[in-house]
Design a protein around this ligand. Sequence first.
Ligand code: UD1
Length: 420
Amino acid sequence: MDKLLIQGGIRLSGEIRIAGAKNSALPILAATLLTTDTVQVRNLPHLYDITTMLELLGCMGIEHVVDAKLNVDISSSSIKHCSAPYDLVKTMRASILVLGPLLAHFGKAEVALPGGCAIGSRPVNLHISALQKMGADIVVEDGYIKASVDGRLKGCHIFMDMCTVTGTENILMAATLAIGQTVIENAAREPEVVDLANCLIAMGADIKGAGTDTIVINGKDRLHGCSYAVMPDRIETGTYLIAAAATRGRIKCKDTRPDTLDAVLSKLQEAGADISVGEDWIELDMHGRRPKAVSVRTAPYPAFPTDMQAQFTALNAIATGTGSIIETVFENRFMHVQEMNRMGANMVVQGNTVIVTGVPVLKGAPVMATDLRASASLVIAGLVGDNETLIDRIYHIDRGYECIEEKMQSLGAIIRRIHS
Ligand code: UD1
C-alpha cells in the first residue's frame, strides 16, 4: 500500500491549478445515463473515484472514449444491463447516483446498498422513499436496492427530511425524464447540485431553482447529448489554501471559483490570512505570521462545509489560541484527531465538538489516513511537523486529490510517495 513521506517545516509558496470538482463530476457522469446520445464531459479530475464511476458504467456495457485533451465522450446506447455490483459500490458510496438515472431512463435498476463508512452510517433512505413517491417499485433484498417502474416515473411534490446532496441529485436526475412536474423541497443548495442542473439543462432538461431550497423540474420525453465542463473543485481549493495558511506561506489558486468558498475564505481571514480574489483565482498570504485559531460549525451549503472541517482542525493544531470545531452533518468525523494528538496536538473531543488548543509545532510521526478529508488534514499536519511524517493508507487521498504530491512539491513541500 502506498504511503506519503513528508518532511515538515517548509513554508508553501507558489501557484497551482485547481482540478474539476469530484462531487460535481460524479453526478454528471451518472447523468450520461439519461440519454443514449453522446455526452462529452470536460475538465474531469484524474481521481480514483472518477475511474470507479467510469468502471461502474463500463460494467453495465457503457464505453467511454478519451480524446487528446482528456475530454471523455460517453453514450449509454450500448448498455447491456442496469446493475451496480457491490464490489464497486463498496469502494465508492457515490455509486448510488446511478439509481435515479437508470430508473428514469431504462425503467429498472439494481444497485448494491452502500454500507456504513468511516465517517458515519450514511443511509440512503431518502433517495429510496422519494423515488417510491415518484411511482417506483423498490425492494431491498440480498444487499441490493432492486427498483423498477411500470412505464415512466411520475412527477410529484417531494420534501426531503434532511438536506442531502446526492439524494437531491438522484431525484433531480430522475425527475428530468418523469411525467409532469416534480418539486423538491428542502433541496441541497451545494454548488455541485447547481453544476449538475446546468449540465442537465444543457441536455435539454427543464429545471428552475437549483441553488435554492426549492427545485422545480418539468419532465421531458427525452434528453439529448451535450458537451459540458465540470466546475472547479472548491474543496481542493480550500485544502490548498489552508495548507498554505498553516505553513505561514502564500499561494495562488488558479482556475477556481471564489464565489463557492465564502464561508471558508471568511474563516481564513479570521485566522489572519490576507486574501485577494479575481473572477477565477484566489491569492492567500500569511506574510509569515502564525495563524490564529478559529471556531467553525459545519452545516449544509452555504454554511461551512463538513468536507473542510478536518483541514481546519489541522490549522488550529498549530495556531495561537483555542478554537472549537462542531460537526453537525456526520456523526463520526473526528478520526484525524487521535492521529494529530499522536503528533503532539492538543485536542479534546466532546460529543460532536473538538476543542483545539494550538501548539507551536507538531512532531512528525507515522499516522494512518482514515477517510478522504481526514487524509488531507494529515498532509497539512505533516507539513507543519518538525520532522518526518509517514502517512499510511493514502489511497483515500487519491480518491479525491489529483496528483497531491506533485502539486505540493510545486509549492515547495518536501513530500514523496513511497510505493510498497
Ligand atoms: C455528499 C458529498 C460529501 C459531503 C456530503 C455533505 C458527494 C459525492 N459527496 O455526500 O463529500 O461530505 O455530501 O456535504 O457529493 N442522510 C440520511 N438519509 C439519506 C441521505 C442522507 O439520513 O437518505 C444523512 C447523512 O447520513 C448525513 C446527511 O444526511 O448525515 C447529509 O448527507 P448527504 O448530503 O446525503 O451526503 P452525501 O450526499 O452522501
